[in-house]
Design a protein around this ligand. Sequence first.
Ligand code: DC
Length: 225
Amino acid sequence: MIVTIDGPAGAGKSSVALKLAETLGFFFLDTGAMYRCITLACMQAQVDLEDPAATLDMAQCCQIDLAKGSVALNQIDVTRQIRTPAVAKSIKPIAENPEIRALMVQQQRRICAGQDCVTEGRDQGTVAFPDAECKIFLTATPEERARRRYQQLLVIGIDADYDEILRQQNQRDENDSNRLAGPLIAAPDAFVVGTDGMSEQQVHDKLLEIVRLRIVDNTSESVTK
Ligand code: DC
């Protein structure tokens, strides 16, 4: 079974998707980590991020391993490095490159072949797994998402600026929604879940309920056939 979870930055997808995968005993695929790895590899090798052919060459040479909770690029642990603001700021041309996206989608399908997966990103229910048994689009208002991010930073001792977080997030939403290849959009058959005012546990429980409903539906469909 494939469960896709798409949605904008800051909707709380990663933590909930990981937890949901653990509850279900499914493999967890963090597709944002793949784009982050390619960006980091280009930065490390000083490849011009605005040169689509050069970044594609780099993407073709990257070996990305996504084990539970950690990310390795060419066998080196980059779990923390890919989360730095420098990487986040440089991702745009990589995520917009249609050939890199096609390569990533191919790898995502290969990873999920033959195993139950929760896969999380922007285009999982629309492009990578249009036939997924269960599609979820997780969202929240921009203000709520920025407020969550602001609080996360405060907790780890970073004195952040809420207005700046909101501004950068709006910019990311615009980039994600307007690119031609794999834009951020809810699949027509996705369950749209707004998470304003919900705790992480409540979101997890809601998604689990949706997945269980889909399992029952799928079982009765195959019995009818
Ligand atoms: O989910 P995240 O913040 O780790 O994603 C990092 C970047 O990668 C973000 O700018 C959107 C992009 N991305 C994408 O274009 N397609 C995906 N399937 C996943 C992430």
